[in-house]
Design a protein around this ligand. Structure first.
Ligand code: SAH
Ligand code: DHB
Ligand code: MG
Length: 225
């Protein structure tokens, strides 16, 4: 009953507030045909990412975890002229599907996909990137979120908004005995954030078509030391 109701409410919201979009729908269809896991953000969550990027007037976005490019397209759509999005993806098969989807959305000139483990791409980006990203979305292997966040901070500036997906995982976040490495990774990350003076953070729980989960939001409020 509960999941059914959450899904129905999501449908109600999407029907009214998330306009039909050929490229985004084609992206989900192509991802399904290519048998990618159905772990993209929900449409109303994609629109939330889009609104957050708009609200922060993001011109440069870093995404960790591309999959088929669904969240990528939502975020890239928020960028003004000259905007840039770099997205990191370990699986070349996912990256190939994403590349085609991003081309279908007319965003090939905006989005650069870097294929390879984020733990290797991030240090390279840190070496090459100047001013830092305005917005970061972390949505890859959850066990390494703490490390990805540390690199994201290095690649940020005051005012950068860092959003992390899957922070609650059906409530398993509060289970001290969990042996799920993804959940342990998120617990370690939240604990690390509690003593990170450079950001102000919160977690908002979500329910909907993707179950019970949550977004962690961290705003960079002080310079790197
Ligand atoms: N952001 C996407 C969903 C990402 S799913 C959306 O909402 O549409 C998580 C992705 O992270 C998967 O494609 C997976 O292959 C990728 N991933 C897993 N481990 C990774 C790693 N070490 N480095 C980069 N990407 C990784
Ligand atoms: C999983 C990963 C995600 O990024 C997500 O949003 C949902 C589920 C997963 O690995 O199960
Ligand atoms: Mg996710």
């Amino acid at each position: 009953m509960t999941q059914e109701l959450w899904t129905e409410v999501d449908r109600y919201i999407v029907d009214r507030l998330v306009p039909h979009d050929d490229a985004l729908e084609a992206t989900l269809q192509a991802s399904k045909v290519a048998r990618l896991p159905s772990i993209n953000v929900a449409p109303n969550q994609g629109k939330l990412l889009n609104l957050l990027a708009l609200a922060t007037r993001a011109r440069s976005v870093l995404e960790i975890g591309t999959l088929g490019g669904y969240s990528t397209i939502w975020l890239a759509r928020a960028l003004g002229p000259g905007g840039r999005l770099i997205t990191l993806e370990a699986d070349p098969r996912h990256a190939a599907v994403a590349e085609a989807n991003i081309a279908g959305a007319g965003l090939s000139d905006v989005v650069r996909i870097i294929v390879g483990p984020a733990s290797e791409s991030l240090p390279r980006l840190a070496a090459e990137n100047g001013p830092g990203f305005d917005f970061v979305f972390i949505d890859a292997d959850k066990a390494n979120t703490t490390e990805y966040f540390a690199w994201s901070l290095r690649l940020s500036h005051i005012g950068t908004l860092i959003v992390v997906d899957n922070a609650v995982r059906g409530g398993k976040l509060v289970d001290p005995a969990t042996d799920d490495p993804d959940v342990r990774g998120m617990q370690r990350f939240v604990d690390a954030l509690a003593s990170e003076p450079r950001v102000s953070a919160t977690v908002v729980q979500t329910v909907g078509s993707k179950g019970h989960d949550g977004f962690l939001l961290a705003l960079v409020i002080a310079e790197n030391q």
